[in-house]
Design a protein around this ligand. Structure first.
Ligand SMILES: N[C@@H](Cc1c[nH]c[nH+]1)C(=O)O
Length: 399
């Protein structure tokens, strides 16, 4: 590759100009406040982790991890999510802390991407982890909190699709026992929402009519609570059955949370991370084709750090909400511009301090003469991406 030009930046990363930062911060604040209202306390972890610990535990494929070497030659990674780092903290710094633990975060995470996909390599997540509770109510809590968080972020119309990896694993093991290759191919179709590809894979297999019906049947398992009944009919596998029973209890709790109208059951759903062990979910905004939040239960991750405990959680894709949905309408307050000449500088600075102590934003400007004075706020309204630089004008001059 030729030497990049000075203005170029790597694929998948971006700059946020002030108006975008205003919006992003407003969403972040509102969502974290919402999470605090449910008892979640904020945590921060390093951007960089060891490849061998958090990198591996993050269950992000090797090609998607950003790897770097430190000065001792140890392989490090840029965190690809916050779930694995938080598992590390819960098992180390917080190991004496009684469970359940409720933690929230807002952080940038990194995933290498296929350039042509137009996806972000660095993006922002606002999320929670609920560690130490394996009940259906804990799963329902994080889904209900995802609903509340999307609303707090200004997303008006959305649907959360909830599935269960246990159901899929049980059904696939029943239908094509011991054929991990086929199971993986079918799961890949579901993961990419490629139902045509899924059907094609099915058609290439030599299966009995019963097996085919069972595997085709998955594709119809999307809807309300009635889907649980249909799923119990479709597969008698014990894991599939217990998974659906758990999901139906999650649904009942969601009804009691009053959020069931935002939720659908979708047993074709399969989470993007191999650490998921139970229910998984994704949230879709009406305006957008890609998920704005995702989460799920991961009961085996913490044991990799020496503190076995069940856990569940989710994260919002905060910058996607900012870009695609508009998020919150924020009208940043324009600063007052305070113009002065040297003889009046001290007085002007004191006035600026007074205004700032009242919460105003004040911008200082030294005027060199009468023709250098700004006269009307309108005259500074410019069309550039930053919009107008200031509102009211206060003048402290003797000329
Ligand atoms: N870490 C997941 C979201 C999640 C949080 N907790 C459980 N899942 C992600 O990046 O999509």
């Amino acid at each position: 590759m030729s030497k990049p030009k000075g203005f170029e930046k790597p694929a998948g990363v971006r700059d946020y100009l002030p108006f975008a930062v205003d919006k992003l911060r407003a969403i972040e604040r509102r969502v974290l406040d919402c999470m605090a209202g449910w008892g979640y306390r904020q945590i921060m972890t390093p951007t960089m982790e060891y490849y061998d610990t958090v990198g591996v535990a993050s269950s992000t494929s090797d090609q998607k991890l950003f790897k770097l070497l430190n000065n001792r030659g140890t392989t490090m990674v840029l965190r690809s999510d916050m779930t694995a780092p938080i598992a590390r903290v819960v098992a180390s710094l917080l190991k004496e802390e009684p469970l359940p633990l409720r933690l929230s975060y807002h952080a940038n995470v990194f995933r290498a991407i296929e350039e042509e996909a137009g996806r972000e390599a660095e993006f922002y997540q606002t999320g929670v982890e609920l560690v130490g509770d394996d009940s259906p109510d804990a799963d329902a809590e994080v889904i209900a909190l995802a609903v509340a968080s999307l609303q707090a972020a200004g997303v008006k119309s959305f649907k959360i699709a909830v599935g269960h990896v246990g159901f899929l694993n049980g059904l696939l093991e029943d239908a094509v026992p011991g054929r991990e290759d086929i199971q993986e191919a079918l799961k890949a179709g579901l993961l990419h929402r490629d139902f045509v590809g899924y059907r094609e894979t099915l058609s290439q297999l030599s299966l009995s009519q019963e097996q085919r019906d069972e595997l085709e049947g998955i594709l119809r398992l999307r809807g309300g609570k009635e889907i649980c009944g249909q799923a119990l009919e479709l597969s008698r596998n014990p894991l599939a059955q217990s998974s659906v029973q758990h999901l139906s209890q999650v649904w009942d709790a969601l009804e009691d949370f009053g959020v069931a109208e935002h939720v659908m059951i979708d047993l074709t759903m399969i989470g993007d991370f191999s650490y998921y062990t139970g229910m998984t979910f994704e949230g879709y905004a009406a305006e957008l084709g890609f998920p704005v939040c995702s989460g799920g239960r991961y009961d085996n991750l913490l044991q990799q750090f020496g503190r076995p405990s069940p856990a569940t959680g989710f994260s919002l894709k905060t910058n996607r909400i900012l870009d695609g949905v508009g998020g919150l309408e924020t009208e940043p307050e324009l600063p007052v511009v305070l113009q002065y000449d040297v003889p009046n500088r001290k007085r002007a600075f004191a006035e600026a301090e007074r205004l700032r102590s009242e919460g105003c934003s004040v911008l200082m400007r030294r005027a060199e003469g009468p023709e250098d004075l700004l006269s009307a706020p309108e005259s500074v309204r410019k069309a550039g991406p930053l919009g107008p630089a200031y509102g009211d004008i206060l003048t402290f001059v003797s000329f």
